[in-house]
Design a protein around this ligand. Structure first.
Ligand SMILES: *[C@@H]1O[C@H](CO)[C@@H](O)[C@H](O)[C@H]1NC(C)=O
Ligand SMILES: *[C@@H]1O[C@H](CO)[C@@H](O)[C@H](O)[C@H]1NC(C)=O
Ligand SMILES: *[C@@H]1O[C@H](CO)[C@@H](O)[C@H](O)[C@H]1NC(C)=O
Ligand SMILES: *[C@@H]1O[C@H](CO)[C@@H](O)[C@H](O)[C@H]1NC(C)=O
Ligand SMILES: CC(=O)N[C@H]1CO[C@H](CO)[C@@H](O)[C@@H]1O
Length: 697
């Protein structure tokens, strides 16, 4: 989902322990949740019932979530190939493909009591697979009406498209010989204490007007991510980056084959190499997973897979908005989705997930046309899809239990309380949520704002710190949403057309570029420092990428002109993009050293509306922002609780970051023990306009 709506859900540490002795810690800590305890209890009971059912009928979720080992096509040691598929509505089924001349009579399947079809194709030549690697296959079924339907196996791990022949995908049997299978070499890095996330899309990760590949990403983009100091990569399928999709321009919404990574960028073995190489560099890799809906394609998707409207999805209106909506209350759907997560953890060695469209899953209104005011009644009751919540509880519990340290991030705009608390505490067990209100605030300020003199320091601080106590947030100034065509990145709002003409270091710095570069750095750093327990950047935005993103589609003449990231701009030393890149890297390096993201929330000692100055302490650092467009202040007095000597560790005005070099970093500052702005000491600094400086004591 890209429609971020601000939430005003308040962090509400209970002033005194609630008198109510709830079994749930989240209720004990927040008395405003007490009226909704029955809803929390109900979903927790349903969760426990599923755990019981899965234990009883499947021997636990460890076995249950290995569905990808039994369903779909598998080469057996003797060269036979076994195929299993759940399709309860089908009357007959057979496996067809190049291997049997698409003959529906040759490999008929048999159905068990649970609606699962199976066939074993016998190897005919010793040492050769019964179905050749990379050859096309389909399941052919008849349904009660007598109609014959052809489908791609639901668990297909490889689907390919030949646009010259048809836009519809074909499934192939992916089973390369051992010598061609990628072998992982590197251990997974330890879970980062605070994720600094680089959001990336393989297909656009090239300056050339073409589709980028896994191999190019491994060779060219991983080293940049490392150099920038990010510790986590989030590979997107929101633009249909990883899981296979029928239409490049669908931005990842329409997933057809959940177990197939995008074949546009290369082979499964090449994606494994990408992930393994990232691990070798110490980078954690997350998959952007879309379990909120599926494509409504039938020819190459899950829609009407077995001819019924309600197999994987709810039937009728409940099972669709534009796309198809999963029936999370169904045993086989749970197997399919939980196994999908497990598959990416096991086969590709991903380290966790960012769940797309969590708001759409959690509410029966799918967050469409609904604002969230922060009133708790909005998060409980009839608008909530309890089955979807229980699915998320199961998914997160399974991941955290089977893979300790897994990172699970919720894309939720609603501000659902307890989303990032454990199930035992009364929550849904995500590790982080995305701070979707923060990018909205920055865009609003730059788009419809009152002009720089009117920026409201109080509101900026409020939005950056307005998060629930004990629930971790990943902050970002902008993500892929703002980069997409029709929207504008911060760099674009700030510098617009002058980016094409005035970014050369050989030209005089115009007021627009001067302001734009200064605010680009300040907005990112204050978001990084105040906004959360993690930070996220979308590839290219760190250096002020000048153009929007638009995928080839009929409306733009199938052009790749905007479906790329122009990394070449940083390497051009005559251009100013390198300064923004250097600052982004310095933010991460400094965070590595002082670890503010994993430190408690900041103490903000000053929000001065006339001076446009913000001062706070976090991570043993003193942060001083001067957003004033024209006023520089000499001997500006700021408060701090830590007495002693201070020096500047980061200044956005440094020449290496494209600044004016007005802050002398060799100057030491000493505190005076006298209360100032509610702090025990003060010190005085020179604050040039539109700069931030960070001091350590
Ligand atoms: C999928 O939905 C779109 C939009 O509602 C519709 O135009 C299209 O025909 C549907 N496709 C299938 C296979 O039902
Ligand atoms: C900046 O760009 C504008 C056009 O957008 C141009 O007229 C102007 O000469 C440029 N200034 C410099 C210093 O290059
Ligand atoms: C803000 O700064 C102005 C001018 O320096 C001063 O008069 C005012 O008291 C300050 N406000 C706060 C809240 O510190
Ligand atoms: C600082 O203020 C001066 C005017 O006092 C202005 O010319 C300059 O552009 C400002 N600097 C930045 C980085 O905005
Ligand atoms: C987590 C991470 O990759 N940190 C890096 C930040 O940047 C410095 C210098 O570029 C590296 O030394 C760190 O490893």
């Amino acid at each position: 989902m890209s429609t971020a709506q601000p939430t005003t859900a308040q962090a509400q540490p209970a002033a005194e322990p609630s008198s109510k002795q709830s079994e749930f810690q989240v209720v004990r800590e927040d008395e405003y949740l007490a009226p909704f305890e029955p809803a929390i209890k109900s979903r927790t009971e349903k969760f426990k019932q599923w755990i019981d059912t899965i234990d009883r009928t499947e021997g636990g979720y460890e076995k249950f979530s290995r569905g990808y080992e039994s369903f779909g096509l598998h080469a057996l040691p003797n060269g036979d190939v076994r195929y299993r598929e759940w399709a309860p509505n089908a009357v007959t089924a057979s496996l067809t493909g190049d291997f049997n001349g698409w003959d529906r009579e040759k490999n008929k399947m048999t159905k068990n009591d649970f609606g699962v079809w199976e066939v074993v194709v016998k190897a005919t030549k010793k040492g050769q697979l019964a179905i050749p690697h990379n050859s096309k296959i389909k399941i052919s079924m008849t349904i009660p009406s007598g109609e014959r339907i052809e489908r791609l196996p639901a668990w297909a791990t490889r689907v390919v498209q030949d646009v010259k022949v048809s836009p519809i995908y074909d499934a192939v049997f992916w089973s390369p010989p051992k010598s061609e299978q990628y072998q992982f070499k590197n251990r997974k890095p330890p879970t980062p204490k605070a994720p600094k996330v680089y959001e990336a899309h393989v297909g656009i990760s090239t300056p050339e007007a073409k589709i980028g590949t896994y191999k190019e990403f491994t060779a060219n983009v991983l080293p940049r991510i490392k150099d920038l100091g990010y510790n986590t990569i989030q590979l997107m399928c929101v633009f249909r980056a990883i899981m296979e999709h029928a239409y490049y321009a669908s931005f990842g919404y329409q997933i057809t084959s959940f177990f197939a990574i995008s074949s546009r960028y290369g082979t499964p073995e090449e994606l494994k190499e990408l992930i393994d190489t990232a691990h070798g560099l110490g980078l954690t890799v997350l998959l952007d997973v879309v379990h909120s809906h599926a494509s409504n394609n039938s020819a190459d998707g899950l829609n009407h897979f077995d001819g019924s409207d309600h197999q994987y999805f709810h039937g009728g209106a409940k099972g669709r908005h534009e796309l198809r909506l999963f029936n999370y209350g169904h045993h086989e759907v749970l197997r399919f989705l939980l196994s999908n997560l497990r598959f990416y953890m096991e086969v590709y060695q991903f380290d966790g997930f960012r769940f797309d469209g969590v708001t759409s899953m959690m509410y029966t209104h799918h967050g469409i046309g609904t604002g969230f005011s922060g009133g708790y009644h909005e998060y409980f009751g009839p608008n909530v899809d309890e089955e979807a919540l229980v699915y998320l509880m199961l998914a997160n519990t399974m991941l955290h239990d089977l893979y300790p340290g897994t990172i699970s991030i919720a894309e939720d705009v609603s501000g659902m309380p307890a989303l990032c608390r454990t199930v035992a505490e009364g929550g849904i067990d995500f590790d982080y949520r995305l701070a979707m209100a923060i990018p909205d605030m920055w865009i609003k300020l730059l788009k419809d704002g009152p002009g720089d003199e009117g920026w409201d320091m109080g509101n900026i601080c409020f939005t950056l710190t307005n998060r629930r106590w004990k629930e971790k947030t990943i902050a970002y100034a902008e993500s892929h949403d703002q980069a997409l065509v029709g929207d504008k990145t911060l760099a674009f709002w700030l510098m617009d057309k002058e980016m094409y003409t005035n970014m050369s270091d050989l030209t005089e710095r115009t007021p627009v570029i001067d302001r734009g570069m200064a605010l680009h750095k300040m907005i990112r750093l204050i978001t990084h420092a105040l906004g959360g327990e993690g930070y996220l950047n979308f590839e290219g935005n760190e250096f002020g990428h000048p153009e929007w993103l638009d995928f080839p589609r009929v409306g733009n003449g199938e052009s790749y002109q905007y479906a790329r990231r122009q990394f070449n701009l940083i390497d051009d030393h005559l251009l100013r993009y390198k300064y923004l890149y250097a600052f982004d890297r310095a933010m991460n390096t400094t965070e590595d050293k002082y670890q503010w993201l994993s430190s408690p929330q900041a103490y903000i000692s000053l929000k001065n509306e006339s001076d446009k100055v913000i001062v706070f302490e976090r991570g043993n650092l003193l942060w001083i922002f001067n957003f004033h467009p024209t006023n520089s202040f000499t001997d500006y007095r700021v408060g701090t609780d830590w007495a002693g000597e201070y020096e500047v560790v980061l200044s956005s005005d440094d020449v290496e970051f494209g600044g004016h070099g007005r802050v002398d970093k060799s100057v030491k500052h000493f505190t005076t023990p006298m209360e100032w702005n509610g702090r025990k000491n003060w010190l005085q600094v020179y604050l040039p306009n539109r700069t931030v400086q960070v001091l350590r004591h």
